[in-house]
Ligand binder design. Structure first.
Ligand SMILES: Nc1ncnc2c1ncn2[C@@H]1O[C@H](COP(=O)(O)OP(=O)(O)OP(=O)(O)O)[C@@H](O)[C@H]1O
Length: 235
């Protein structure tokens, strides 16, 4: 049985940075127990929305509720965030970062992290500075998916991962995901590979929502795949 309601509700969200209004009054309800894909060109506001959800960006205006509440410290423990940037300490081994995460988050499951690491074809003794961009991307995925939390937010989780591995990695991620208890919100430019996992889709452009809805409904209403709809929406 899937969980009901919305995991995250955003109403009239505005974010102004000096010289740019990154979000111009955005309304989105992210359904609970579903995977939502946030799609849009560079600079459309995807990261700003994701960072607002996890509390790393303070919106200028509007309302943002996570599981019906304003984000506080207790609620932050229930949210795992995969940032776009590489935030891993270069001199550490992967296993040391895993241990660090375990010390930081009560929701982190070390055994599960090591299992996912193995699935990602990585070894605990590898040092971060010796990893390629794609390998570091895989480590970020391990650290995020090993958190036993109701909300997982990922900013470009497939960035740097080679096209041949993306499908397998996504498949693995979805196997780790428990739709009865968890909600995933992710941004991606890799719509071709990711769209079959999306339950809900939000198209963003210039800090506004161009289109949003259930992936299946959008496909049947428009008679095309989400990948093709991207081309229609962002011409
Ligand atoms: N810290 C910041 N200071 C000033 N402007 C910012 C900052 N962060 C983002 N912006 C601006 O806000 C707008 C939205 O940026 P955002 O990173 O949310 O877009 P995005 O859709 O995630 O882009 P990408 O696909 O390139 O990651 C852009 O115009 C960007 O230049």
């Amino acid at each position: 049985m899937l969980i009901d309601g919305n995991a995250v509700e955003i109403k009239n969200l505005v974010k102004k940075y000096p010289g740019v209004e990154a979000l111009q009054g955005v309304d989105i309800n992210f359904p609970a127990g579903r995977i939502t894909g946030l799609i849009g060109p560079n600079g459309s506001g995807k990261s700003t929305i994701l960072k607002s959800i996890v509390g790393l960006v303070k919106p200028s205006r509007g309302e943002l509720l996570v599981f019906g509440q304003k984000l506080d410290r207790r609620l932050k423990e229930k949210v795992a965030f995969l940032p776009e940037i590489n935030h891993l300490y270069k001199n550490m081994k992967i296993v040391q970062i895993i241990d660090f995460f375990q010390s930081q988050f009560s929701t982190f499951e070390r055994k599960r992290a090591l299992e996912i690491l193995d699935f990602m074809n990585l070894k605990p003794e590898m040092r971060i500075k010796s990893l390629s961009k794609g390998m570091a991307g895989r480590v970020k995925l391990v650290l995020t998916m090993a958190r036993n939390v109701p909300l997982i937010v990922m900013d470009e989780p497939l960035a740097g991962i080679d096209p041949q591995s993306r499908a397998r990695i996504l498949e693995g991620l979805i196997n780790e995901y428990d739709a009865e208890k968890q909600t995933i919100i992710l941004s991606t430019h890799e719509v071709l590979e990711a769209e079959r996992f999306f339950d809900y889709v939000v198209f963003l452009e210039y800090g506004t929502v161009k289109l949003q809805g259930n992936a299946d409904d959008l496909r049947s209403e428009h008679g095309m795949s989400i990948q093709d709809l991207v081309k229609e929406v962002f011409i």
